[in-house]
Write a protein of this length. Structure first.
Length: 248
């Protein structure tokens, strides 16, 4: 299996710990999607994708509809997507994706986390080149021929397709298929899957480190301290790093 498979396997153990935090993040995604393309998911492919993601974390339908209505209100401020780059202790590169309505607050908070944890906030472009920007789709795996699907999608730049498993709230195993491709392929792949009635369970974007660095246990703890502070911040959507995960 390739890097996307290994990345996925490691990240599965580090999902959003609190459902309320997941709802907060998706709520921001809804606002940004509606501000960009309007409140109708039929004509707004980005909003359609966010709604799928909301359903995948069991966000109630009422919450989704309220978020769309709130985002449609002209008095609702927009969120700006801002990326921060820097280093944790022991030379581990960190890339932080945020969605903020107050950039001054977010910059101050992120800088303080790096400073307090013996890291250093870098300039734009200092570490982003160390990560491949990818898009991904989790699709329903029933009656799918993966080899045939890969051949169909290869012209869209798809790099990896593999089976994946999750558990529902009752502990039952759920089978699905993950599709990974370059960031710019998202729209074409989404259109293909929808046109061929292949059910999309969730989708998104991730930054996969090109090379990871192993650390001793006590050094891992130093890096984890910074990662936890970043991930707890309400303005932070995603945190990526070049530390080798234990499951790798």
């Amino acid at each position: 299996m390739g890097r996307a498979f290994e990345f996925r396997k490691a990240r599965k153990m580090k999902r959003w710990s609190a459902m309320s935090k997941a709802f907060t993040r998706i709520g921001k995604d809804i606002v940004m999607a509606v501000k960009e393309g309007g409140p109708d998911p039929d004509s707004n492919s980005r909003l359609r994708a966010v709604i799928q993601n909301a359903k995948s974390v069991n966000m109630p339908k009422d919450n989704i509809e309220r978020a769309i209505k709130r985002a449609s209100d002209k008095s609702q401020g927009d969120y700006k997507e801002v990326i921060f780059e820097g280093y944790a202790p022991h030379g581990i590169a960190i890339l932080v994706e945020t969605a903020t309505d107050n950039n001054t607050r977010t910059v101050a908070n992120v800088r303080s986390y790096f400073n307090k944890c013996d890291g250093s906030l870098g300039t734009s472009g200092s570490v982003v080149f160390m990560f491949d920007h990818t898009c991904n789709f989790k699709i329903k795996g029933d009656n799918l021929d993966l080899e045939e699907l890969e051949l169909e999608l290869i012209d869209f730049g798809v790099e990896e397709i593999f089976e994946d498993t999750d558990e529902d709230a009752d502990g039952n195993e759920l089978n699905s298929v993950m599709v990974y491709a370059p960031f710019e392929s998202f729209g074409k792949i989404q259109s293909y899957l929808e046109a061929n009635n292949i059910e999309i369970l969730s989708s998104g974007f991730e930054r996969i480190p090109q090379v990871t660095k192993p650390l001793e246990a006590e050094k891992v703890a130093d890096v984890e301290k910074l990662l936890e502070k970043l991930e707890e911040d309400d303005d932070v959507q995603n945190v990526y790093h070049t530390m080798q995960e234990l499951s790798e």
